[in-house]
Design a protein around this ligand. Sequence first.
Ligand SMILES: *[C@@H]1O[C@H](CO)[C@@H](O)[C@H](O)[C@H]1NC(C)=O
Ligand SMILES: *[C@@H]1O[C@H](CO)[C@@H](O)[C@H](O)[C@H]1NC(C)=O
Ligand SMILES: *[C@@H]1O[C@H](CO)[C@@H](O)[C@H](O)[C@H]1NC(C)=O
Length: 438
Amino acid sequence: MRLLRLGFVIALASGLAAILIYITGVSNPDWSFHISNEDLEALRSLQSHFQQCVSANGLGLQAVSGRDYCEITMKFPMETVPKWRDPKTGELEGLSFDFNLCEAVATWEQVRNTTTILTREYIDALPNGWEEYAWRRINKGVLLNRCENRTLCMEKLSLVLPQRPPYIPRQFGRCAVIGNSGDLLKTKFGNEIDRYDAVVRENGAPIENFTEYVGTKSTFRLLNRGSAKALDKVAELYDKGKEVLIVKTTIHDIMSKMIREVPILNPVYLILGSSFGSAAKGTGLKALEFALSMCDTVDMYGFTVDPGYKEWTRYFSESRQGHTPLHGRAYYQMMECLGLIKIHSPMRADPNRVVKWVPSHSLITAARIASEKVLRRIGAGSADPLAACSIIEKRQKGKITSMSGFKKAAIEHQKYVKGTTMYPLEHNPGHGLLCMVP
Ligand SMILES: *[C@@H]1O[C@H](CO)[C@@H](O)[C@H](O)[C@H]1NC(C)=O
Ligand SMILES: *[C@@H]1O[C@H](CO)[C@@H](O)[C@H](O)[C@H]1NC(C)=O
Ligand SMILES: *[C@@H]1O[C@H](CO)[C@@H](O)[C@H](O)[C@H]1NC(C)=O
């Protein structure tokens, strides 16, 4: 009987293997996932620089290699006292977190070259974009029966749906993303923040009465569902009409009504984000993602990233619903040590602080290519900038975006991608990009 079962398992396994080989063989006919010694060396070197970087900059955090070239564990010192409890299980937050460096480096590097604003051309180009995607971005979208009446769907989205992306990668030079942490009141970062080319804020974060600490400039504001429904209040926080409001969730009838009737003069868009799994759902991370998609460098303030966190304070009000602060701290430290952001906080207040041991640009590129191969991402290892595009559409003719007035880095990037706009396929970092070519 045992033997029979074993035989069955083997037969099943070989059958599955055959199917697997068939599938992968068909979808990747050129089999370009050969992982060379150089690739492995790049991943090894990334891990080693990363560990040194975390040790040098992480205020007690340490990174430890995991089972393979990708896995890394971020450990807080033993004496750290976790304060946050999972409301579901009642358990205290742990002191060690596993991250996949390959996943992080491949996905975040791609964010830097993609656009993160939802557009009309994206929905049009996405196969069944209206039936499968658009209604999900409309509050109570299920009632729209998969946009059976497309006119109605378009009407609902029209106020927040530009035809084409309003921003391009590297359009802005230095950007600052400002969180809402109570830590902001410990250091007078105001003047420093005002010197950035663009400043991204979140939800209802006020500026008035706090300018010494948080600066006066505000270019973008990322909004969660609650803030988006109070759009009129949010729009009053900064010079009327001057901030661009970016909504993380769905368009709500209340929002549309306010945009039309208040009226809200600010541009309002919906974000089109990549997925980073459960690690990265908060508004803060979305704000970083948005900034990374259009800025040369991204600096972060007010994210409670120092030891001894007080997770339930905001700089402008007492209470808030905190969540997984230690996990967040570890994640942001990972981002810093992948060269994506620079952290500013009371304990790291020197504006000229150098992030020690941050992997060089060339190492990040080599590790990113190796990671794409390990993860079998579309276009991995190709020199063609469009290789990661799994859907390519020709852009409807219309006025050509003039590149005059853009920074050198943005112009060079446009040349590199041959004028292509790349969009993430949401929740599917492994499934390539949707590309609009001129
Ligand atoms: C579709 O929606 C539009 C806009 O609200 C409306 O005028 C039209 O009557 C609807 N069509 C159908 C077939 O329900
Ligand atoms: C700023 O402070 C003044 C005086 O205390 C107060 O009236 C006003 O409401 C405050 N503004 C904001 C945005 O909190
Ligand atoms: C993003 O674009 C730059 C050129 O601006 C290029 O060097 C880099 O390889 C691209 N990254 C990815 C993930 O394609």
